[in-house]
Design a protein around this ligand. Structure first.
Ligand SMILES: [Zn+2]
Length: 332
């Protein structure tokens, strides 16, 4: 038995000097619990091919042995040298007015693919212009290999086979990786990132009251007396003149000035989903067109400008198609 062990080790040692020039092999250090069968299965190659590549007479291996795994043969040929970022990726600087969705469709990708390549982004809808996005060649998840993290364990946790992984990353072997390297896990859906970003989006899309006050007029048809009626496209909230009005939702100011349609001093703010909030009758306006305002930021002060019978805020909510909707349906 002892003789056999020594013999096996000698064979391995004899093989090792030629490994440097070996092509199409992964080097695998045997760890406790490994067997030729286990290794062969992990690389999706046959036991015989592992035995043959190492000129082993038997499948006797020991922890610390270094085996050649004829792995590239299984994935269709030699691959290029390992690179810092997976092949087929490119950086893209987010342009003004561009969204994740528009960038994704520009590159023929789904939104999930873009999220998978950038799983640490803070928002689906509020990335600033100039933000550098990694654009993947296809859907999958990009992860950074942690210090001391086993690439095989990582692949196993995502149910990925090493051959697919190596091919997608332009690696000769799945072990040609170093901590900190960006790794592409093809077809892996970024479920954690998507769940987190969905919560962020819901929070971003929530409205708050722009001011607190008594509702003096509701959304809908309203009788003006003397047989005339009109449709009131928002709600009126009474408050003393000069009361600061906060943005009900964050967004970009698309109009700030005098309205010819009776709103007086009007501010319109467009939100990331294309909807808008309109704030009318201001005594003074605190924002300018093109400015991004966060939820709660002051947009103006309550007044009675335009067609108004007293100090109040006229507040409208428009859907992305332009239709006005009842603000009470979105306010908490
Ligand atoms: Zn009104």
């Amino acid at each position: 038995m002892l003789t056999k062990l020594i013999a096996a080790c000698l064979v391995l040692v004899a093989v090792l000097p030629s490994i440097a020039s070996a092509e199409a092999y992964a080097l695998r250090t045997v760890v406790p619990g490994d067997s030729v069968g286990v290794i062969a299965e992990r690389y999706h190659v046959t036991v015989d091919s592992v035995l043959g590549a190492n000129q082993l007479e038997s499948s006797l291996i020991r922890p610390g042995d270094v085996l050649r795994v004829p792995y590239v043969a299984a994935i269709g040929g030699p691959l290029g040298e390992s690179v810092a970022t997976p092949p087929g990726f490119r950086w893209y600087s987010l342009g003004r007015g561009e969204t994740l969705s528009s960038v994704a469709s520009r590159f023929g990708l789904g939104l999930n693919a873009l999220v998978g390549a950038n799983p640490d982004i803070s928002s689906l809808d509020r990335l600033p212009a100039g933000y550098e996005l990694l654009v993947p060649p296809s859907a999958g998840l990009v992860v950074r290999l942690g210090e001391g993290e086993s690439v095989l364990d990582l692949l196993a946790s995502y149910g990925l086979d090493p051959a697919t992984f190596a091919r997608a990353n332009g690696l000769r072997s799945p072990f040609d990786v170093v901590p900190g390297m960006l790794l592409f896990l093809p077809k892996v859906v970024p479920t954690d990132a998507l769940a987190r970003l969905q919560k962020v989006r819901e929070a971003e899309n929530r409205y708050v009251w722009p001011i607190h006050g008594r509702l003096t007029s509701y959304f809908g048809p309203r009788n003006l007396g003397m047989g005339t009626s009109s449709f009131h496209r928002g709600v009126d909230i009474a408050a003393p003149s000069g009361t600061p009005v906060g943005a009900a939702r964050g967004g970009t100011v698309t109009f700030a000035g005098w309205s010819t349609q009776g709103y007086g001093n009007l501010v319109r703010i467009r939100h990331a989903d294309g909807s808008e909030a309109w704030y009318g009758h201001f005594s003074s306006i605190s924002v300018s067109v093109g400015q991004y305002v966060n939820q709660g930021d002051r947009v103006g002060r309550v007044g009675s400008t335009g067609l108004s019978t007293g100090p109040h805020l006229h507040f409208e909510v428009h859907e992305s198609n332009g239709n006005a909707r009842d603000p009470l349906a979105v306010l908490p």
